[in-house]
Design a protein around this ligand. Structure first.
Ligand code: COA
Length: 336
């Protein structure tokens, strides 16, 4: 990748936001037949945050996370050239990124949504990096945000225990090639298995049969948990290894493994397959559950706040989920 790069891309700052309202495993056990013990041992999740309140949407969380990242980067919103909102739960099917642009006052920014479920943030880093490394833009705001609680069937115990709402944002800026921190990526898709994890549109009504007009609505999250688990544990290590090989980086050189926060068992199994010590895993899903496109920037922001990540640390970031889509980005952290 380096040979096509005209300049580098560097993550300047991160920010995140979660709703105030939390829902723990005991509370869930009052609405479906489950238990804290079952959920904790199978997933590692203890509680999650749920967006409540009238007219609150993914945009509110995205705006909060974005403002925090912009403040930390000491950038005025008008300096942002592009906003990418990775989400699968917009409050407008035409896209929600432009609402974020308007609310934060990023008057010079182009804004669009990127839909790739739990891989959305990884695809977002790769997309943003292209615009920076080919000199088109200087400052990009990338947000991963989801409110899957609005798309959950709260009577389905196999899915309602997993997800939570959140947003995470990063400001990523062009820099000299020497300071480039997005080293390489590996992306994959296999639509043959799209039915393992979906929120499908379903045709329902035909108000004018003579005209063949159909209307319908989106259903709830459907998931084949066993198959998704097998997919993640088999494909994510391969994706990471491909990316490391292309960079000539050894597994031992990895400082941090930052995976999409789907399930603690998936995190441990991937680390084990790669022989990465579990103390290098960044994890916070016990508090937030699976927050889809938000999970990686939320965990990154928290790890930075805890002072875990140092200058030049190698962070392997991997996302996986519906599509099926999966991908890896290797980042060398550059402190500003
Ligand atoms: N509480 C109690 N029992 C539950 C339950 C719950 N919340 N959900 C399912 N069960 C039951 C099932 O009905 C089944 O009962 P049965 O044996 O009597 O039929 C039993 O537990 C085992 O179900 P199964 O689906 O085989 O469990 P599992 O070990 O595969 O664990 C997941 C389920 C969802 C935790 C696991 O498959 C998983 O983590 N998959 C990956 C999901 C994921 O990460 N998705 C997002 C990717 S982006």
């Amino acid at each position: 990748m380096k040979s096509f790069m005209l300049q580098g891309a560097k993550i300047l700052a991160t920010g995140s936001a979660v709703p105030d309202s939390s829902l723990n495993n005991y509370q869930i056990s009052r609405i479906v037949k489950t238990s804290d013990e079952w959920i904790s041992t199978r997933t590692g999740i203890k509680e999650r945050r749920i967006l409540t309140g009238d007219n609150k949407s993914v945009v509110d969380l995205a705006v909060l996370a974005s403002r925090k990242a912009l403040n930390k980067a000491s950038l005025h919103p008008s300096e942002i050239n592009l906003i990418i909102l990775a989400t699968s739960s917009p409050n407008d099917l035409f896209g929600s990124a432009s609402r974020v642009q308007s609310k934060i006052g990023a008057i010079n920014a182009v804004a669009f949504d990127l839909t790739a479920a739990c891989s959305g943030f990884v695809l977002g880093i790769v997309t943003a990096t292209q615009f920076l490394q080919n000199c088109k833009y200087r400052n990009i705001l990338l947000i991963g945000a989801d409110v899957l609680s609005k798309w959950i069937d709260w009577s389905d115990r196999s899915t309602c225990i997993l997800f939570g709402d959140a947003a995470g944002a990063i400001v990523i800026q062009s820099c000299s090639i020497e300071d480039n921190s997005v080293l390489d990526f590996q992306l994959d898709t296999d639509g043959d298995y799209a039915n393992y994890l979906s929120i499908l549109y379903q045709q329902e009504l035909n108000p004018h049969p003579e005209l063949n007009l159909y209307q319908g609505s989106f259903k709830y999250v459907y998931m084949n948990g066993k198959e998704v688990y097998k997919f993640a544990v088999s494909q994510v290590p391969l994706s990471i290894l491909k990316c490391l090989n292309s960079l000539n980086i050894k597994v031992n050189d990895i400082d941090w493994l930052l995976l999409h926060q789907a399930n603690e068992r998936i995190l441990m199994a991937v680390a084990e397959k790669l022989s990465i010590n579990s103390n290098k895993i960044i994890a916070n899903l016990n508090k937030y559950g699976n927050t889809s496109a938000a999970s990686i920037p939320l965990a990154l922001d928290e790890a930075l706040q805890q002072g875990k990540i140092s200058n030049n640390d190698i962070i392997v970031i991997a996302g996986f989920g519906a599509g099926l889509t999966w991908g890896t980005v290797v980042v060398q952290w550059k402190s500003s």
